[in-house]
Structure formats: C-alpha cells, structure tokens
Design a protein around this ligand. Structure first.
Ligand SMILES: *Cc1c(COP(=O)(O)O)cnc(C)c1O
Length: 390
C-alpha cells in the first residue's frame, strides 16, 4: 500500500471561499477588480492596521511596485536580505538596479543589523546610499526591526518589509509588514493563506498606494480615451481571486494557531535528539510558524540531503532552507556583507536547515509519519556510524 503524499505547505480552504466566488459570478464581476477586490483591500488593511492596501497578482509584483514608488531606477543600489526566496530580489533587477546582499544573524535568521551597519558605512563612504532596504521575515519570524529601523533612520533610507511569509506574525505586539514605508504580502498557494496566486502592497501613505493602483493598471491617464504618459504594468488582482482571499483572511488567526501547534508538536517530539535544533523565536515576537524548520548539527554526520531523501522515500515533502541569494549563479559577483568576517550565517543555515511539512491541514497521523521517519533515519544513521567506529 502506498502512503498518501504529505506536502510541505498545501492550500487549506475554509469552505467559505465559494460564497464570495458565487457573489462574483452572480453579479458577473468575473474580471480584474470589482467589489471583492475593494473589500479584500479594506479587510487586509484593517487586519494589519495600515491606512490602505493594494491587491495585486503576486507578492513579486507588490515588491516591484514598492521599489518603483521609491524611485528605484537603473544603477541605484538596493540592500536586500540574502537568505530568502529569489522573488525578494528579482524586482531589483527588473529596474536595472544593483542588489547588495546582507547576511542573517542567528537569533532570527533574518537580516543582521551588524552586517547592515557595515554595508551602510561603506555606502556612505562611497557617497552612494541605497534607495531602499528590503527586509525579509523568514518562515514567519520577524527580523530585529528595532535595530534595523534605527540604522535605516540614521541613513534616511526607506524599508520595504517583505512579509510574504509572516502574515499574522507580530513584533513587540505590532503586526508584521507594517514596519517599513511599504509592506508586502504573498497569497501564493503555499503561503499561510492563499488566493491561489496573489499579493498585496500595504502602507500608511495613501497617496503612494493610489499611485501603485495607477501603475498596476497600465498607468492609464484619467482621460475618456486610452491615454498613457508613463509606462505601467498589469498587476491587479482578479475579483474572483479576491473572493478566495476574503474567506481565507477570515480564518488567518486560526491558521496561525494551527501552525504554531504543529511547531510545538514537532518540538516536543524531536527536541531530545542531540544535534537537532529548531528555528528560534525572538523574545517579544510571535511567529506565525509558516514553516517549522530544524537544523542538523553537521557533527551528527547526517546531511540534510540524506534526511530529505529519506522523507521523500516515504512520500513526505521536505525542503532545504532557501539557498542564499549571494550563493546563486544569478547573482554571481553581487556585493555581499556577511554577519562576521569569519561567519556566513546564511550559508550555514542553508547547509544545515530542513523545512518540515507544516500545512495547517496536516493531520496528527500525518505528522506522526514525519516524526517517525525523521527519528528512524537519524537513529539508523547514528547506529551505522557507531558500528564503523567499533
Ligand atoms: C513567496 C515569497 C515572495 C513572492 O511571492 P509571490 O506571490 O510568489 O510572487 C516574496 N518573498 C518571499 C520571502 C516569499 O516567500
């Protein structure tokens, strides 16, 4: 009997999505924009406590818009976390700007304030400060926003908070995504809530958001005919997908609770294995625990590759931690600031980290399968090693 597949983070519908989709069909709002989009934007903005939101067709589009709004253009520098999905940095390239990657620190796995400070000092000396800093909140954990904000304020450089993975998380009680000039969310199929594909740009700058709407709808001038004075994009969310988003947003808090429970359970069952550690949660922050991530001490003698393969043999999807952007062939020769001269934190996390199945619809039996497989593989490998030593 073959075991059913356990996915890393599959979509989890609430059952109410159909209601909003039907409303769109009944009123024939089967189009980009429409009442669901307007409502979804208001609901997201109100959830996070921002003045407004613009619903778009991907998180990547939201980052591209944010960078455009900040006037990023050819030859400009943009600082960006290195340990992240490529979508955080691709929009820098769309605009012909130059990314500069910043390492992580080990308390949050996110942007190292120390590396950021070094990057700022060098940029200051070269008289070429970045136009923006893209700060990522990895796997739901907020970066050290106090320190990062202080540095960015000191050099007067705006922050774009890439909160694609941290919707529903908090930092000192304040909602993730609301710390920078702009925040972005993703509603891709694997995220904590989904519209199948989509994203949002949030800000307290209502005028900037209005301009984002303009740019995202082909930059059409307010004339009766189609007139365009600027280059625009086709980035808005469809009214059908916004309907899915409205229903998903209603259950976001439940999804966070469930993912945190899944983390707790992994942690309870696995933390007594020496050499296996869990992604930390910084004091005064609350992670949505989008993914439960463990690191395997290299001294254990088991590679992350071996563990991922062992899980795959049992039809369980696990993944490596994001390969840092400064290690990507795409970004060869891109400037990079490591946390310490002798310590590349992002690289170590990539080598030692594994993301475990963490979907909010993961059943207890499924989680037991993951836990047993991990335990069995680790103990078997350890036993083999011991035999060799004897
Ligand atoms: C998913 C993700 C994005 C991009 O979102 P899309 O909606 O897939 O374009 C950006 N940044 C991070 C960190 C992500 O995980």
């Amino acid at each position: 009997m073959s075991l059913s597949k356990i996915y890393l983070s599959p979509p989890h519908m609430s059952g109410n999505e159909q209601k909003y989709i039907n409303q769109a069909f009944d009123s024939n709002w089967v189009a980009p924009l429409g009442p669901n989009v307007d409502a979804f934007e208001k609901e997201i903005a109100s959830y996070v406590g921002a003045s407004g939101a613009v619903a778009v067709n991907s998180g990547t589009a939201a980052i591209h818009l944010a960078l455009s709004l900040l006037g990023v253009t050819k030859g400009d520098k943009v600082f960006c976390s290195s340990l992240t999905f490529v979508a955080s940095a691709n929009p820098i390239l769309y605009l012909g700007a130059q990314p500069v990657f910043i390492d992580s620190e080990s308390d949050t796995w996110n942007m190292s304030p120390r590396a950021l400070e070094k990057a700022f000092q060098d940029a200051h000396l070269e008289h070429k400060l970045p136009k923006a800093v893209i700060v990522v909140n990895l796997y739901g954990q907020s970066a050290k926003m106090d320190e990062i904000l202080a540095l960015c304020d000191q050099f007067d450089v705006p922050i774009i908070e890439d909160a694609a993975e941290s919707l529903g998380s908090t930092y000192r009680g304040k909602v993730s995504g609301t710390f920078g000039r702009f925040g972005i969310f993703s509603f891709n199929g694997n995220k904590i809530i989904t519209t199948s594909g989509g994203g949002a740009l949030i800000s307290n700058d209502v005028e900037a958001l209005q301009r984002a709407r303009f740019l995202a709808t082909q930059a059409r001038d307010s004339t009766l005919f189609y007139q365009h004075s600027e280059m625009g994009y086709n980035y808005r969310m469809s009214n059908i997908l916004a309907g899915i988003g409205r229903a998903q947003l209603e259950v976001l808090d439940e999804r966070v609770e469930k993912r945190r429970l899944i983390f707790e359970r992994y942690s309870k069952e696995l933390s007594n294995i020496t050499g296996l550690s869990f992604m930390p949660e910084l004091k005064n922050t609350r992670s949505n625990r989008w993914l439960t991530v463990v690191t395997i001490d290299q001294e254990l003698g088991i590679s992350t590759k071996r563990l991922i393969e062992a899980l795959a043999e049992e039809n369980i999807e696990a993944r490596h931690v994001w390969k840092p952007l400064h290690m990507q062939p795409l970004f060869e020769n891109t400037p990079y600031y490591s946390h310490d001269k002798n310590e590349d934190v992002a690289q170590i996390l990539f080598k030692t980290g594994i993301c475990l199945p963490s979907g909010s619809n993961l059943t207890e039996e499924e989680q037991n399968r993951v836990i047993s497989c991990l335990k069995n593989t680790i103990y078997k490998e350890l036993f083999k090693l011991k035999e060799v030593k004897i």
